[in-house]
Write a protein that binds this ligand. Structure first.
Ligand code: SF4
Ligand code: SF4
Length: 295
């Protein structure tokens, strides 16, 4: 099951809000595809609150530090022109009278301040913002997880480093951060497909609308998994039909699933009945990607 370009698919699993079962679906899909004989890797891009390890139980074998380059000002060379502060989109550097103040927790490491400084007073020095841990989970799933250090706000550089691990040789499943803000967009961007997990509530529907808009704006085709489905939520059904969204799977609200989750197990821990459904979902996704590529 390869993409049209003869490389394996990269599939993001996202949700308009936290707690909808996004990680449950991404890890279950990874396990189902490994059981289908595929090589699979999981990238946990929910770097502010990563938790795919709780369901996949990987054996961690390595880690790497993620740094960004932040400005360090040599006040001997500074002429207090203010160009650095003007160039910064994140208000991470300010010139106040004869002083230049930097706020490294706001800095994205873009380097613009050093670039515009007319006297070369700004040196760029590494600052640790997080790490990536890597290992292997059951069935040979390759596992990479980004972890943003406490006190840092810029998830983007960790996600970027994490996505460097994407291999064309394996199905890549990206567990994206919840919501539709920059961290989610950075995780989903450039994926072949985005599986959007939702739940049949007014809140779930409002978030799903935003997530669909975001995915399509990124140019990433998407389909929907309705989790904790109880049936009969007409507003959501109407929306799915009106937007012609593919419902890839419906996971019912069931005690056995909740119990498996609380034990740190995926859908396959609840019942093998999900194996075929998850593999069929992958098949549907691959077919849609192939159709898009053929357009
Ligand atoms: S590196 Fe970029 S974000 Fe950081 S202070 Fe300089 S201009 Fe601002
Ligand atoms: S751009 Fe350079 S010289 Fe001008 S205020 Fe900033 S650090 Fe000082």
């Amino acid at each position: 099951m390869t993409a049209a370009s003869d490389r394996q698919l990269t599939i993001a699993v996202a949700a308009g809000k936290g707690g909808t079962g996004k990680t449950l679906i991404s890890t279950s899909l990874a396990q189902a595809m490994v059981r289908a004989g595929e090589a699979v890797q999981v990238l946990d891009c929910d770097v502010e609150e990563p938790n795919a390890d709780i369901l996949l139980h990987p054996r961690i074998t390595g880690s790497e530090v993620v740094n960004i380059l932040v400005p360090e000002v040599d006040m001997e060379s500074c002429i207090h022109c203010g160009k650095c502060a003007k160039a910064c989109e994140f208000a991470a550097i300010a010139v106040i009278g004869q002083a230049v103040v930097t706020f490294h927790d706001l800095c994205s490491g873009c380097g613009a301040c050093a670039y515009v400084c007319p006297t070369g007073a700004i040196n760029e020095v590494p600052l640790r913002i997080g790490q990536i841990v890597s290992g292997t989970a059951e069935g040979g799933i390759e596992f990479h997880q980004g972890r943003l250090d406490i006190g840092h706000q810029r998830a983007g550089p960790v996600t970027t480093e994490l996505k460097r691990h994407i291999s064309d040789e394996m199905i890549t499943i990206i567990d994206a951060p919840p919501g539709t803000a920059c961290p989610m967009q950075e995780a989903v961007d450039d994926s072949d497909y985005c599986i959007l997990v939702t739940e049949p509530t007014p809140f779930g529907l409002a978030n799903l609308r935003e997530a669909v808009d975001t995915s399509l704006r990124l140019g990433v085709p998407c389909g929907v998994v309705v989790n904790r489905d109880r049936g009969g939520y007409e507003d959501m059904e109407r929306y799915l039909a009106d937007e012609e969204l593919t419902v890839l799977m419906r996971v019912p609200e069931r005690r056995a699933i909740a119990e498996a989750y609380s034990r740190g197990e995926t859908l396959l821990g609840a019942s093998d009945e999900w194996l075929g459904e998850l593999q069929d979902m992958y098949g549907e996704v691959a077919e849609q990607v192939a159709q898009e590529a053929a357009l």
